[in-house]
Design a protein around this ligand. Structure first.
Ligand code: ADP
Ligand code: MG
Length: 324
């Protein structure tokens, strides 16, 4: 299978919203009047972001999911994406599964694959997503990291039966530091390999959340970015963080490591004025996910992590840094 046959067979699909899709030198996409494009790009490298043994369909899903999660954090509605793909060899079964996972998630979110690039090389996936936000006049604009204010509540999203930290728990099982078997392992493994981007929640939070960020590198680190961008601080209640039954069955120190520093959660952390709690609950119900209040924004800079009794938690929870 040659390069162009590969693209035609697995990636070039007729587009409905894009004016020009795959096959020309550029794709052409048309945001609605009164809207702006929100653009984000995320790369997945074998051995760094995923294990070589991962199921190809799940990998196709995750490569797009991590990008849609960035759109979600801005409250943007997905419009289109491009895929830059380096592949060691054109394995038809692998490509079929990978493209299947990617197209299935793309279709669910109306995010058309409009172009890309395909080369031979070590497995590497880079997706760019394009989303739509209001221009801030007729319709609410993008939710930024910089809009948190002292007095706001701090919230996190989670799956109804899930929470933060499951992806890290699965990683520890792969590393051999934690033993977990059967359906319990399958559930946390699914959280790691098949994250669900909170796109509908992000859209529902427009005009409601002052600031938001998605948790990709670990809660404390990502929340830290939001706090610095907003020039505020926060108190975070560690024991209020949502946890799956699988994680809640682990020793407390491991629970804290996974929820506070885990990474690969792809949940939204966001801030909303304290008088608007009912609206947040309604937005989450409409979006089909759960949300929990886990702290508050304060004027004093820095992140204060406390236990149930309000006492400070000792310890360091470093978030992921590729060059640290
Ligand atoms: P060019 O040489 O002009 O960059 P290419 O030969 O790389 O174009 O690609 C041909 C067409 O196929 C382009 O429209 C490009 O966007 C599309 N394309 C290439 N790789 C992919 C891919 N992995 N997924 C979707 N479209 C792709
Ligand atoms: Mg090219």
């Amino acid at each position: 299978m040659g390069e162009f046959e590969l693209i035609a067979r697995h990636f070039a699909r007729p587009t409905q919203r894009a004016v020009v899709g795959p096959g020309d030198d550029c794709a052409v996409i048309a945001p609605r009047a009164g809207h702006r494009l929100a653009v984000s790009c995320d790369m997945l490298v074998e051995g760094r972001h995923f294990l070589p043994t991962v199921d190809a369909r799940r990998l196709g899903h995750k490569a797009l999911a991590v990008n849609l999660s960035d759109l979600a954090a801005c409250g943007a509605e997905p419009l289109a994406c491009t895929l830059a793909l380096a592949l060691p060899r054109p394995d038809a079964a692998w490509l079929e599964a990978f493209a299947g996972g990617l197209h299935a998630l793309a279709e669910r979110h109306g995010c058309e694959l409009v172009g890309g690039d395909t080369t031979c090389g070590p497995l590497n996936l880079c997706i760019t997503v394009f989303g739509e936000v209001g221009d801030g006049r007729a319709a609410p604009g993008a939710i930024l990291r910089s809009g948190a204010r002292a007095g706001d509540d701090l919230w996190v999203s989670h799956a109804p039966q899930g929470g933060l930290g499951d992806a890290r728990l699965a990683l520890e099982v792969f590393r051999g530091t934690v033993a977990l078997e059967g359906t319990a392992f399958e559930r946390v493994r699914r959280a790691m390999e098949c994250p669900e981007p909170r796109v509908a929640l992000g859209v529902a939070l427009r005009g409601l959340a002052g600031a938001a960020i998605d948790v990709s590198d670990g809660l404390t680190g990502d929340l830290g970015h939001l706090l610095r961008a907003s020039a505020v601080g926060a108190t975070l209640e560690a024991d209020a963080l949502p946890r799956s039954a699988e994680l809640a069955a682990q020793p407390l120190a491991l629970q804290r490591l996974c929820t506070l520093a885990g990474g690969d959660d792809y949940e939204l952390v966001f801030t909303v004025p304290a008088g608007r709690r009912a609206e947040v609950e309604a937005a989450a119900a409409q979006a089909g996910c759960a949300v929990r209040r886990v702290g508050r924004i304060e004027a004093e800079p820095g992140l204060r992590i406390v236990d149930q009794a309000g006492g400070p938690l000792e310890g360091a929870w470093p978030s992921f840094d590729h060059f640290a």
